[in-house]
Ligand binder design. Structure first.
Ligand SMILES: *[C@@H]1O[C@H](CO)[C@@H](O)[C@H](O)[C@H]1NC(C)=O
Ligand SMILES: *[C@@H]1O[C@H](CO)[C@@H](O)[C@H](O)[C@H]1NC(C)=O
Ligand SMILES: CC(=O)N[C@H]1CO[C@H](CO)[C@@H](O)[C@@H]1O
Ligand SMILES: CC(=O)N[C@H]1CO[C@H](CO)[C@@H](O)[C@@H]1O
Length: 478
């Protein structure tokens, strides 16, 4: 009889805390064959043969994963969103039980036209569980939000008719609530049933992370929880302003909210040279009260949202993986949480064995960039493994944990690497060669724990501004 799933893993983790490498070697062989995670492609559907295509900031407005909510599952439906060739936002849905790829997508075109050729101006979707409304925040980069809110019950069963006028007119605030100079919307459902919206107020190098909350049919701006102020010094230089970039904003099954992040400094004086992008360090905080107060790993209060104390670059104890601004560390990468409530993060950068000073952020990442899996174990120790597949690309990866907590990292182009929980996430192997996607992809893992299925939203490469097909590929984990 198979032993209980968690016990070998707990032993592996306890051993890993003491001696990470030895533990991996001792634990892996015995069960590697039985427990090796695998992946089966189960379908691929074209959503739009002619989706909008242009490249900016090395990203596509349809493929850049600055956000996490372009494909998600709620209730009986999976939703996906993109821009059509004529710059209109589209929201499509199919029944979730047809997640094998056989279901028909129905789409609606919303009354708006993308305002700028800027790959930051993506579309993020959320559903408010208390009234079944679908919310979309879109088309912003340090600008005023565009926002749609559907009529009540649209996302609830039995299925309502899928019509564009159910979303009303585009708004420039959240139903009357101003949200400032807005970028990077991410929605999350809180354990008590609110829909929360995380966003940056301000600009790159001088911005704060904020939280808004939709409850009882109305939005409230809860305010900032990070500060742009503080002093960061390196290479004899000083930077006095910055912003925080989230890798994720995820609740675990016990109601804890997890947020791993990186900082970007305003001043390039703290870098080794004109390497361009001043991202440094991986930080982590959590909240046990739905984002009102935030704590570092040692339990100390790091921030009170909307209050006096803000998480800053000078907050003690928040850095879980130190890295200077000289390694082309990317912001907004990937985070998820395992069944035991421990955070897992994917970051990527140019390791020190290649250079201690990148000179071209994009090219150095393409040539020498590698992705790393970071996780915190139950004892509060952080572990880090380099994923043994070079990025061979500029962009970001996505992270999925299945019902066994086996990990799948969906890399640029749609290559997928996997590692088992039982090995302590050290036995990384390639389980999918790629989708031929243009760069970064987006992932819906909302159902993966229960059904073993996850979906990848990706766009085919094109040239210039010629439209290209956008797809959803479905996988079953094993
Ligand atoms: C940072 O942004 C604030 C407004 O959010 C502005 O008042 C301030 O002048 C900016 N500072 C710098 C150094 O850019
Ligand atoms: C990045 O560095 C290059 C070469 O030094 C320079 O031409 C470019 O303007 C820089 N870009 C940014 C955004 O700083
Ligand atoms: C791979 C690729 O298409 N890279 C392009 C990224 O975008 C810049 C302009 O923003 C182009 O110059 C690159 O060729
Ligand atoms: C944001 C982003 O980086 N997107 C990627 C889209 O795909 C191209 C081509 O591979 C990449 O260069 C971009 O990095």
């Amino acid at each position: 009889m198979a032993p209980p799933r968690t016990s070998p893993r707990r032993r592996a983790l306890a051993a890993a805390a003491a001696a990470p490498v030895a533990a991996a070697l001792l634990q892996a062989p015995a069960h590697a064959a039985r427990d090796a995670p695998s992946l089966t492609p189960v379908g691929d559907t074209v959503l739009d043969d002619r989706a909008l295509y242009f490249v900016s900031y090395d990203g596509l407005v349809n493929n850049s994963s600055y956000q996490q909510d372009a494909i998600l599952t709620y209730g009986g439906y999976q939703y996906a969103t993109w821009y059509t060739e004529d710059r209109s936002p589209v929201i499509a849905r199919r029944t979730a039980s047809s997640g094998s790829g056989t279901g028909d997508w129905e789409s609606v075109v919303l009354p708006h036209s993308l305002s700028a050729d800027d790959s930051h101006n993506t579309i993020s979707l959320g559903v408010s569980p208390e009234d079944g409304r679908i919310h979309a925040a879109l088309d912003t980069h340090s600008s005023t939000v565009y926002y749609f809110r559907s009529e009540a019950g649209l996302a609830d069963a039995p299925a309502s008719e899928w019509r564009a006028d159910a979303f009303g007119e585009v708004q420039r605030d959240l139903e009357g609530v101003d949200v400032g100079t807005f970028t990077y919307p991410r929605f999350a459902q809180s354990p008590s049933g609110a829909l929360q919206l995380s966003f940056r107020n301000g600009v790159s190098g001088n911005g704060t992370m904020e939280l808004a909350e939709y409850r009882d049919g109305a939005w409230t701006r809860l305010g900032p929880w990070t500060s742009a102020a503080g002093t960061y010094r390196d290479h004899g230089g000083t930077s006095e302003r910055r912003n925080l970039y989230l890798h994720g904003f995820d609740y675990d099954a016990h109601g804890r909210l997890h947020a791993a992040f990186t900082w970007r400094e305003q001043s390039g004086d703290i870098a080794c040279g004109p390497g361009n992008v001043t991202n440094h360090d991986t930080g982590y905080v959590y909240s046990d009260d739905e984002g009102r107060t935030w704590h570092t790993d040692d339990g100390a209060t790091a921030a009170v949202t909307g209050g006096g104390r803000m998480l800053s670059v000078n907050t003690p104890g928040h850095v879980v993986d130190p890295l200077s601004a000289d390694h082309a560390l990317l912001n907004q990468e990937a985070q998820t949480v395992d069944a035991e409530g421990n955070p897992h993060v994917v970051i990527s950068y140019v390791p020190g064995r290649f250079t201690q000073c990148v000179t071209d952020f994009t090219e150095d990442r393409r040539e020498h960039g590698h992705a790393f899996h970071l996780f915190r174990d139950g004892a509060g120790e952080w572990h880090k493994t380099e994923i043994p597949e070079p990025l061979n690309a500029f962009g970001r990866s996505k992270l999925v944990l299945d019902g066994d907590d086996d990990a799948y990292v969906v890399m640029p182009g749609g290559r997928i690497m996997a590692a088992s929980a039982e090995s302590g996430w050290t036995d990384w192997t390639k389980v999918h060669d790629g989708l031929g996607a243009f760069g970064e992809v987006l992932v819906d893992d909302d159902e993966v724990r229960d059904t073993g299925r996850f979906s990848v939203l990706y766009q085919e490469p094109s040239t210039g501004t010629a439209p290209s097909p956008i797809h959803v590929a479905d996988f079953r984990t094993g």
